[in-house]
Design a protein. Sequence first.
Length: 173
Amino acid sequence: MTVQEAEIRRLAPAEAAEYRQLMLAGYAEAADAFTVTVAERDALPLEWWAARLAEVVDAPEQVFGAMVAGRLVGVVGLRYETRVRTQHKATLFGLYLSLPHRRQGLARRLVLAALAAARQRPGTLLVQLTATDSNQAARRLYESCGFKVFGEEPMAVAVESGFLGKTHLWCRL
């Protein structure tokens, strides 16, 4: 199976170990792109990862994977707001592709799959996200998928070398 033929689908709890492994690699390889650290996520039990992949229709989170030759090579997640006054919103999180599978359209397919799923969720009107200011490739991707900037957050994340800003984007469904 080629990257162009990759299957994009919602992940199931049985795939929690593979999801965890890919994301821990992502947190290490692209540390500045994530707010969370490898150590924080590595400490979480496998059950935490499996809970993100719950198969119930109204799950508070959904994670979509890109499968190439039966192997998980990329992911993106959606977190749905549950509070009454904010339940019209979802947050896109955790977009990551393994290095050999980048620049082939898979990230775009993952983001578009997440947006399609959000559109199917009754009452969800918009998806928001943050992108590290230094990650211009991610920002271009999100904007090409319909996201628009609505704010800049200076000093959003503390890293060893100082602070990183975050750009806030949203997409009306």
